[in-house]
Design a protein around this ligand. Structure first.
Ligand code: URP
Ligand code: ZN
Ligand code: ZN
Length: 483
């Protein structure tokens, strides 16, 4: 077994930062040692000097869509290219979304996605399951999927006719989730109302990209978020709101969490760094920024940053779902409703959120929590992932807090022809990335390989014994109650 010592760095975890050395034995963290501690004996040892650098658990992005079918095309990153790009940016685990095909079973969807990822990934991966057809048969399958490590199910209040579930279907799925230890993830936008606004805009002849934002107002995200929280309360089911973008939705989540409810939410870098004027860029450039929920007007981003600082928001994920500008976003020229929805971002999450540390919006410990430890805890990966505890997978990032670089399609590694952050200069960058004890990025080179990444079976949501940031812990869950 080969051993690795990451020495002289500052180890950062959600509970604090300290000078320490990390000893890796094979695929696992063997020990966290004070700088003076003698090294336990053993075999061959490779040393990596992390002086002046931060040493953190590898990033965990719990919201990606590699090769996702959408609007007649597929997200442009495959599991091979997307996970390599993730590694470049310091992410060592993704949780992607398998999709139940309408009229078919969730299990069939999982098998399709497993086959796509198997042998392709540069880093470890897991799956959530998108329920796009909530039938009795689909509900019965949920327990078996949880047993196989797929412990979270995404439902959509948007996209009628595609992924949409009505309130009755949502309630039934939440009840089934509560009884088998699963978490429901919600795309919370009122899709029925949105479709009315979309049809009216198109009938007026307003087909340009900026209308995507205008027809999905933030109040319709707030309303759907409220409804999702109410339904989850009726079902006694843990709820995780995905890609939260609007202050109205944040208010609903905050109120629920203040009341001690098992409600969590993520936001994404695009909602923190971009504002809705990007969708009005000329020459159809606005299409690059079409995603759902849409990029919001000025003011929402600042509210979201505050939410990250106060733990009203628990996680930053990317919703990485790239479509090339030239060939794919083009599908919606003249009709914004046909623009494939989604933005690239899996490579830049750690760097972008680190800007929040430099700007004094969050602490460096909170940066680690939001990008690694909290998603691991909420999605059944902790402490194997998202920690540097002895026995954890040796997923480690050595991060240079002083390095500056510019985000650009010329230099990124995602398989997409534009960057949503073109020209943005950031401070902080990944130096070395270790995935299960293997160095996959070092010295500005990718050293990993396709197929190194393994499927990670996740455990059911067990509540949070140690509340994140002083919020009440979760109450006993339905599936844990005595019969
Ligand atoms: O626009 C987005 N978010 N595309 C990906 C699908 C989803 O709803 O997460
Ligand atoms: Zn969504
Ligand atoms: Zn998504």
């Amino acid at each position: 077994m080969s051993r690795l010592l990451v020495e002289n760095g500052t180890v950062v975890t959600p509970s604090g930062s300290a000078r320490a050395n990390v000893l890796v034995d094979g695929e696992h963290v063997a020990a966290l040692l004070t700088p003076e501690a003698p090294l336990p004996g053993g075999g061959e040892l490779r040393r990596i000097d992390a002086a002046g650098k931060l040493v953190v658990p590898g990033g965990i992005d719990v919201h990606t869509h590699m090769e996702m079918p959408f609007g007649g095309t597929f997200a442009s990153d495959t599991f091979a290219t997307g996970t390599r790009a993730a590694a470049w940016g310091g992410t060592t685990t993704i949780v992607d979304f398998a999709i139940q095909p309408r009229g078919r079973s969730p299990r069939e969807g999982l098998e399709t996605w497993m086959a796509r990822a198997d042998g392709s990934c540069a880093i470890d991966y897991g799956f959530h399951m998108i329920l796009s057809d909530v039938t009795d048969e689909a509900l019965k399958e949920m327990g078996g999927l949880v047993d196989d490590g797929v412990t979270s199910f995404k439902l959509f209040m948007a996209y009628p006719g595609v992924f949409y579930s009505d309130d009755g279907q949502i309630l039934r799925a939440m009840q089934a989730a509560a009884s088998c230890g699963a978490t429901v993830m919600m795309h919370a936008e009122n899709g029925i109302a949105i479709d009315v606004l979309v049809a009216q805009a198109l009938a007026r002849g307003s087909g340009e990209p900026r209308m995507h934002g205008a027809t999905r107002p933030s109040v319709l995200e707030g309303e759907a978020t409220h409804r999702a929280i109410v339904l989850a309360g009726v079902a006694d089911c843990p709820l995780y709101i995905v890609h939260l973008s609007a202050m109205e939705a944040l208010q609903e989540v905050t109120a629920a969490r203040d009341a001690g409810r098992m409600v969590f939410a993520e936001t994404c870098p695009q909602y923190l760094f971009l504002e809705d004027d990007v969708m009005a860029r000329p020459d159809f450039e606005g299409a690059k920024y079409v995603c759902s929920p849409p990029i919001r007007p000025h003011g929402h981003g600042d509210a979201l940053w505050r939410g990250l600082g106060s733990d009203d928001l628990s996680v930053v994920a990317t919703d990485h779902c790239p479509f090339c500008f030239k060939e794919q976003k083009e599908l919606g020229r003249g009709d914004f409703s046909k623009i494939p929805n989604g933005l690239p971002g899996v490579e830049h999450r750690m760097d972008l959120i680190f800007q929040g540390v430099l700007e004094g919006r969050i602490t460096v410990e909170r940066w680690v929590e939001l990008t690694s430890s909290a998603p691991a805890r909420l999605f059944g990966l902790y402490p194997r992932k998202g920690s540097l505890l002895p026995g954890a997978d040796a997923d480690i990032v050595i991060y240079d807090p002083g390095r500056t670089h510019t985000l650009s399609a010329q230099s990124h590694h995602m398989a997409v022809d534009y960057s949503a952050y073109e020209g943005l200069r950031v401070t902080g960058g990944v130096d070395v990335v270790v995935s299960r004890g293997t160095v996959v990025v070092e010295g500005g080179e990718f050293r990993g390989e396709e197929g190194h990444g393994r499927f990670v079976a996740r455990t059911p949501f067990e509540g949070l014994e140690v509340p994140l940031h002083g919020r009440p812990g979760a109450t006993k869950l339905a599936h844990q109650k005595e019969e």
